[in-house]
Write a protein that binds this ligand. Structure first.
Ligand code: ADP
Ligand code: MG
Length: 234
């Protein structure tokens, strides 16, 4: 994928992102790491077009992320699954396909089963979110995001609300998706996952990209900020 961030500044009551410019090409799995409050979620929301920057522009694969059409080509996974509670895992997917993509019922069902199986949920398709584990629900949100065949999936700490075992289940399932040819941009504190899955790492500090490179920057941090971070998260 190509990420092209041009002079992005974002302000809530204070400046959160300070004039970020960054171009990255040819990586498919990009991790964003950094301490809490460094601006990771804000940058991810801006890259996914969920929020409009105070100033600057972002292009993903040469498309401005604020173009209405862009949203059709992405999926976003939040910290907590946001499945519809009154629908089964299957219906969570078929509803989206039928209502937002005009897919017919039978094809929607087939697609739902295909992606739920891919996330190892073939035995859970008729259950409601409250009747499955947090890890299974999060895997179902990933299946739902994939079902519309997006080119890029954004994930903001997808395992933050899960215990270590469920975290492992979710992250191993994500690793198996490599073959799908999707792009992934994700925020996580699980550095083993960054090492295993990311092919590029962006380290944020105080609203700026402070260091970036292939995952071996984790073993050879240049900046004091990344050195400190590595000590804290270990
Ligand atoms: P991270 O994901 O790295 O923890 P965030 O992007 O969530 O960082 O937040 C960066 C800064 O912006 C923090 O100081 C946070 O308090 C502030 N912030 C984030 N979202 C909002 C918001 N919707 N309104 C006001 N301040 C916010
Ligand atoms: Mg965050």
């Amino acid at each position: 994928m190509k990420i092209d961030i041009r002079n992005i500044t974002h302000t809530y009551d204070v400046d959160v992102l300070h004039d970020i410019s960054f171009v990255l090409e040819a990586y498919k799995s990009v991790a964003i790491i950094g301490i809490s409050g460094s601006g990771k979620s804000t940058l991810l929301r801006l890259m996914s077009g969920l929020e409009k920057p105070t100033s600057g522009d972002i292009y993903i694969d040469d498309q401005n992320v604020l173009e209405p059409n862009y949203k059709k080509h992405i999926g976003f996974i939040f910290q907590h699954h946001n499945l519809f509670p009154h629908l089964s895992l299957e219906e969570n997917i078929t509803l989206v396909l039928e209502k937002t993509r005009g897919v017919d019922k039978l094809t929607a069902k087939d697609t739902a089963h295909k992606y739920l199986s891919l996330l190892h949920l073939e035995d859970q398709v008729y259950k409601k979110p409250r009747n499955v584990s947090g890890g299974q629900a999060q895997r179902a949100s990933i299946a739902r995001a994939l079902s519309v065949d997006p080119s890029t999936i954004f994930m903001d700490e997808p395992t933050a609300s899960l215990d270590p075992i469920l975290t492992f289940e979710v992250l191993s399932a994500v690793q198996e998706l490599r073959g799908l040819g999707k792009n992934f941009v994700f925020v996580t504190h699980v550095l083993s996952f960054v090492r295993d899955f990311a092919d590029y790492v962006i380290f944020m500090n105080e609203g700026q990209i402070s260091e970036h490179g292939t995952p071996d920057i984790l073993d050879h941090p240049r900046t004091q900020a990344l050195k400190d971070f590595m000590i804290k998260v270990k």
